[in-house]
Design a protein around this ligand. Structure first.
Ligand SMILES: Cc1cc2nc3c(=O)[nH]c(=O)nc-3n(C[C@H](O)[C@H](O)[C@H](O)COP(=O)(O)OP(=O)(O)OC[C@H]3O[C@@H](n4cnc5c(N)ncnc54)[C@H](O)[C@@H]3O)c2cc1C
Length: 310
């Protein structure tokens, strides 16, 4: 097992990005550690340097800015419920956060870490011993995708629940790199490639997440999993409408990136649902079969449209 050789705990964003630039090829940012540290134990994460972000106070703030709510990347999932504005404007985000893992994990897990949680697959999230016995898959330096029986593309599934809710709310993220700071829609950072699921370079740091206020969002959230706690998603769906009549369907757990379908009030929901099912590249890499998860997309989205119509 790889033992961390270096550990830093910067006190400012600038310091963190500088440290990252100095260790570019061999480090990981550490927030709550509920993904990184588990992956280290399973040896799917092998960086020898950890840059712990938890000393950076400015990344813990929740504040109202011009027409948006800004949530610092280090805000823990459990803390979100302490902000009444969320319950009023974005209850779906609270619901998604409460659907992550377990109460203890949510007290440590951050929202920034959640939107960057590593993609998952039943042939990847195993011990080194298990992966070696089965033959390594594409995501851990093997030649082929075992889940699909031999393709050369990785279909590890997108795992973050809050990202699905945030994308449905048109959230953007404020990011910093060594020589740049910019804002990007959250849905644009995901590649669709299961091996490298994000467009970020390794030093990119998420400072905060911004969600537009006063859009009159109404959402329905659903999550399929084996137990009502601890389990990662086998399928997460959110349907959100706004006051202007925009409809946004976002799916997680059924493709290497969030599946996004947009429409407007008056569109035939059945047609939007059909598009969502067609766009999802589901493979047999989960406890539930590919066909069952595919069928459940239609069930969940039908139920969501019915709930929104009531
Ligand atoms: C048993 C168990 C069940 C789980 N169930 C779920 C679930 O149901 N749904 C779900 O979505 N997740 C689940 N998780 C995964 C994980 O707990 C969450 O995704 C969590 O929110 C990750 O946040 P963290 O702060 O712990 O991230 P970390 O583990 O610290 O980091 C995760 C990734 O984000 C990067 N990172 C963190 N913060 C930043 C930042 N500000 N800027 C740039 N990079 C950053 C890290 O380098 C790393 O790559 C589960 C985990 C466990 C152990």
């Amino acid at each position: 097992m790889n033992i961390e050789k270096t550990y830093f705990r910067p006190q400012s964003i600038g310091e963190a990005v500088q440290l990252a630039a100095g260790h570019e090829n061999d480090f990981r940012y550490l927030a709550g550690g509920t993904d990184v540290i588990v992956n280290k134990f399973q040896e799917t994460e092998t960086s020898s340097c950890l840059i712990d972000l938890t000393g950076i106070g400015e990344m813990r703030q929740v504040q109202t800015l011009d027409h948006c709510l800004s949530i610092g990347a280090l805000v823990c999932l459990d803390e979100l419920k302490n902000y009444p504005v969320l319950a009023v404007e974005f209850p779906v985000l609270l619901e998604a956060a409460q659907a992550v893992a377990s109460p203890v994990i949510r007290k440590t897990a951050t929202i920034g870490g959640n939107v960057l949680c590593e993609n998952r697959c039943s042939f990847f999230n195993q011990t080194e011993w298990w992966r070696e016995a089965v033959g390594y898959c594409l995501k851990c330096k093997g030649d082929i995708c075992i889940a699909t029986g031999g393709t050369e593309n990785c279909f590890s599934k997108f795992a973050s629940d809050t990202a699905i809710a945030l994308i449905s709310l048109d959230a953007t993220i404020s990011v910093l790199e060594k020589d740049a700071a910019y804002v990007v829609p959250l849905e644009e950072i995901y590649t669709g490639d299961g091996i490298q699921p994000r467009k970020f370079n390794k030093t990119t740091l998420i400072k905060s997440i911004e969600i537009p206020l006063d859009r009159g969002f109404r959402s329905v959230f659903k999550k399929l999993r084996q137990r009502e706690t601890l389990e990662f998603s086998s399928l997460t769906t959110v349907v959100t409408t706004d006051r202007q009549g925009k409809i946004k369907i976002v799916l997680g757990g059924v493709d290497p990136k969030p599946v996004v379908i947009t429409g407007k009030v008056g569109d035939d929901p059945k047609e939007l649902i059909r598009k969502a099912v067609k766009k999802s590249r589901i493979v047999n890499n989960d406890v539930y079969s590919r066909q069952y998860r595919k069928d459940m997309i239609t069930v969940y989205l039908n139920n969501s449209f019915e709930a929104l119509a009531r």
